[in-house]
Ligand binder design. Sequence first.
Ligand SMILES: NC(=O)c1ccc[n+]([C@@H]2O[C@H](COP(=O)([O-])OP(=O)(O)OC[C@H]3O[C@@H](n4cnc5c(N)ncnc54)[C@H](O)[C@@H]3O)[C@@H](O)[C@H]2O)c1
Length: 430
Amino acid sequence: MAQFDLKTVSVLGLGYVGLPLAVRAQERGYSVIGFDVDKEKIALLKKGQNPFKDDYLEKNFSLFPLTTLTTDPADIKDADIHIIAVPTPVDAMRHPDLGPVIGASEMVAANTKKGALVILESTVNPYVSEEVVKPIFEKHGFTVGKDIFISHCPERINPGDPKWNVTNIPRVVGSFDGTGLAMSLQFYSSIVDAEIRPMKHIREAEAVKIMENSFRNVNIAFVNEIARSFDRLGIDVKDVIDGAATKPFAFMAHYPSCGVGGHCIPVDPHYLVERAKESGFNHDFLKLAIKTNDEMPAYTVERLQDALNEMEMPMKNTVIGVLGLSYKANVADLRESPALDIIEELKEHKSIVETFDPHLPEKSSVKSIEELLEKSDAIVIATNHREFIETLTPELMKKHGIKAIVDGKNCLDRDAFVKEPSFVYRGIGR
Ligand SMILES: NC(=O)c1ccc[n+]([C@@H]2O[C@H](COP(=O)([O-])OP(=O)(O)OC[C@H]3O[C@@H](n4cnc5c(N)ncnc54)[C@H](O)[C@@H]3O)[C@@H](O)[C@H]2O)c1
């Protein structure tokens, strides 16, 4: 197979996805240009500060400093490969916002040399490469497949995961032509120690990622619905899921919770729903899953109201301590976090809200778990951070006079908590 002369890589967007990838490429001998529009982030990175809690970055960030860190688009002009890893959010109406992808593509098209490979790693719906990215390069006078090559290789990184990271997660890659695909396979095989699967078409590579995250959204919605049913039926959903998981085939455990957060699972399905609608298909089932998950923060507050009722306490003016602000355990990422919706909902009920997240001290209203418990009448656990699981006990709750606990992540020892008569414990589906 032909070998391409690929030495210099520019990574556009140094976030949860772009930064580990950039450091990994540098580790594997590429000269890496890290570009971001965020001047503060670039300044921080230049000072040698790693902004993310990520096992791979914590071990390698200072060992493999990037060759260049810049906010100047002209600095990417010599790169053989440009990797776009910018955000793909939804707007207030939950419609896809392709602004950053368009901005980054325009910038690459205006600054790249001919013959370079452009790889989109951001999560996008099928047809974005064809309908959005390719026309930008054509507008700038490039012929795709001749003097510019475009691929899509969706990132699957799972921040905070101790086992799976940028070095070992298998990838899929699609391109517009054989040369783009071969260049992409050469690059990813050189940085990832896992299967790199070529896809027949670029839109299939796009669809892989959207399907993966829609699959998660739908399965989580299903267990969230089961949890709400089991709350009525008096069945412990966690025990049932753990029981079902003893079946060694055709069952995959998913767990209910106070909501789905992060930049991917609650967001990406909207990209598919909207694009399929343009082609005349209505994703009824996926839309219902999104709605089911979106309702979970409100349901969590309903569980609290139910627990407070049992203690003959009102929601109004009761101090509710929310433990955890980030959307998942042991990370400091607030994006689409259900905790934020829970807080809003509590405020609508006129409760007084105190918050604590050990990973987001600057966003917390108090400085410690103890201080939060001392100030609160009831608590909602919105994130299953290690610190909460290790610290919270029925005795500690009793000591601080807590009257109701909603374990939005089902992370506490339910049997120990329900035995204690001084407060009411509620989980999600247990
Ligand atoms: N975070 C995850 O767990 C994860 C996992 C897999 C895939 N993804 C996908 O990867 C993409 C990036 O996500 P992320 O979590 O790294 O986002 P992020 O917000 O952490 O980082 C994105 C970076 O891009 C920068 N940026 C914005 N517009 C830019 C532009 N025009 N040019 C250059 N830089 C720009 C931002 O300043 C930011 O530093 C998204 O499409 C996301 O869906 C994320």
